[in-house]
Design a protein around this ligand. Structure first.
Ligand SMILES: Cc1cc2nc3c(=O)[nH]c(=O)nc-3n(C[C@H](O)[C@H](O)[C@H](O)COP(=O)(O)OP(=O)(O)OC[C@H]3O[C@@H](n4cnc5c(N)ncnc54)[C@H](O)[C@@H]3O)c2cc1C
Length: 423
């Protein structure tokens, strides 16, 4: 069977690999000049430190089993460094306390009162027993308040990791996704909450490596190939060329997917991620990464150290702010000023030597209450066409894990169709 995969993000790449490994003839069509979709390294500019910045720091977790399988398949298991979760959280008074897995560690988290820590432990035990999808009708914050959490515990504990994980504040995010995240990562055990940080540029270890793996397995991978229409037996490209196929995987963001499939646009809003990359003239962050409480700069990463290339007597940092539309709308120089000020106030003074901003207005869909029902599965109205993408109904928030999982499920659904046709 000739299968065409439309979209070269992680979902399309994962689907393509599974299909080619199952013996199908695969052609992958990607609109952009590079593969990897939302997981990209920025085009290099003069003066960039080494390695060049990514479009945003990507963090995977130990519970991302499909993503880890994908990395292994493309020969990149060694390209992420894995550490046990021990997230230093820096408060406005510069005091530091760490979030670590396990209920005993929660009791040692000093940024909330001891009585709040006890209620956090009690709430975690209750959350462990919930079925996430019974709770898609309310926000995670409203559930937490019902479970006796104070506003302070929400702001100074839960939102520290829920906001980057769901790319929304607990006040906005569906409780289903909040519960899922707590159960799967924080309480998952067995290294589920381990942090996996890319030790090399994202483009190299995702799009480039997956493209090579696909080509080595016999797939035809084409970039700069925007699909503008799907007909019965062909994908039609923007330049009018047709690429013939018997089956199709549509691995695109929601609106583009609906357009190609002739479906109504899913009522899923976008949520932005803003990343500011900075080179400063001295070391001010003494951890590989940290979260900042009550700051526009949510998490800060020592990119030089994480990639094994710390610049001498300087520090190369990436600051990520998740689900913050007000920052996404702030102009470049002003944004750099805000973020640099927040960092130096919290970490110590330093001279800014270089900066670069990366804005992703549609980094993920906004997983608000009521969105579970808006996320379709792989099947479409046509038996030879399946859908994939981090936004589809994997149960996961829009993460790399969700993207890979959706691609694998789409490939499985198509393989089942092919087997039925052959039988
Ligand atoms: C800045 C940023 C930070 C993030 N941080 C994290 C993180 O820390 N951890 C985490 O797990 N996840 C993170 N994510 C989310 C994660 O990257 C995405 O959920 C995932 O990569 C989406 O993959 P996808 O394949 O579903 O979609 P996409 O990556 O959007 O891929 C879709 C592809 O389709 C292509 N395309 C679109 N239209 C067409 C067309 N007509 N024809 C052909 N091709 C087309 C696009 O160019 C794109 O390459 C982050 C995302 C961003 C943007």
């Amino acid at each position: 069977m000739r299968t065409i995969v439309v979209g070269g993000g992680l979902a399309g790449l994962a689907a393509g690999l599974d299909l080619v490994d199952a013996g199908q003839a695969v052609t992958l069509l990607e609109a952009r000049p590079t593969l990897g979709g939302a997981v990209q390294t920025l085009p290099e500019r003069d003066g960039d430190p080494s390695p060049p910045p990514d479009n945003g720091q990507h963090v995977a977790l130990g519970c991302f089993t499909a993503y880890l399988h994908f990395l292994a398949r493309i020969g990149q298991s060694g390209a992420v460094s894995r550490t046990r979760l021990a997230l230093p959280v820096i408060a406005a008074d510069r005091s530091v306390s760490a979030i670590a897995p396990g209920l005993a560690a929660l009791l040692r988290y000093r940024h909330i009162s001891f009585s709040d820590r006890l209620t956090v432990v009690r709430a975690s035990r209750r959350i462990a027993a919930f079925d996430p999808f019974d709770h898609d009708d309310e926000t995670f914050a409203s559930l937490l308040l019902r479970l006796g959490q104070s506003r302070e515990a929400i702001d100074r504990f839960w939102d520290v990791f829920i906001r980057p994980a769901l790319n929304l504040r607990s006040d906005e995010a569906s409780a289903a996704l909040g519960i899922f995240t707590v159960q799967t990562a924080l309480l998952g055990g067995g290294g589920a909450s381990d942090l996996l940080l890319p030790a090399a540029p994202l483009g190299e270890i995702h799009g480039d490596a997956a493209g090579r793996a696909l080509a080595a397995a016999g797939a035809d991978v084409r970039v700069n190939a925007r699909v503008v229409g799907l007909e019965g037996d062909a994908a039609v490209l923007g330049d009018g060329h047709r690429v013939d196929g018997d089956a199709f995987v549509v691995a695109l963001p929601p609106a583009e997917s609906a357009r190609l499939l002739g479906e109504p646009t899913p009522l899923l809003d976008d949520s932005p991620i803003v990343s500011v990359h900075l080179l400063v003239d001295r070391v001010i962050l003494h951890f590989p990464l940290a979260a900042l409480l009550a700051s526009a700069a949510h998490w800060v990463f020592d990119r030089g150290r994480i990639t094994g290339r710390p610049p001498a007597n300087r520090q190369y940092l990436t600051v990520v702010s998740s689900g913050a539309p007000e920052l996404a709308a702030t102009r470049g120089r002003e944004l750099v000023g805000i973020v640099a000020r927040e960092l130096t106030e919290r970490l110590g003074s330093a001279e800014l030597l270089w900066s670069r901003v990366s804005r992703e207005p549609a980094a993920t869909f906004a997983g608000r209450p009521g969105t579970a029902a808006l996320r379709p599965g792989p099947e479409t109205s046509r038996p030879n066409v399946v859908r994939a993408g981090a936004w589809t109904n994997t149960g996961w928030p829009a993460t790399m894990e969700s993207a890979v999982l959706s691609g694998q499920r789409a490939a499985l659904a198509l393989t089942a169709v092919a087997n039925r046709v052959e039988a």
